[in-house]
Ligand binder design. Structure first.
Ligand SMILES: [Zn+2]
Length: 59
């Protein structure tokens, strides 16, 4: 696992801090929700800077 800054992509391990947020994010009661597009094609969902979910890469 990648240490620091919320970890990385669960599919390819790319550290999310090297990815650019697609949008500023949404303010939720749990924290800030942001989406990032990984270099492997997955969409990563971050909550307050921590990756909580990822989509499957399209085929
Ligand atoms: Zn990835």
């Amino acid at each position: 696992m990648v240490d620091g800054d919320g970890g990385g992509c669960p599919r390819c391990g790319c550290p999310v801090r090297e990815l650019c947020p697609v949008e500023p994010g949404h303010r939720m009661s749990q924290g800030r929700l942001t989406y990032l597009r990984c270099v492997c094609g997955s969409w990563l969902v971050r909550l307050d800077g921590t990756v909580v979910a990822a989509t499957r890469s399209p085929r």
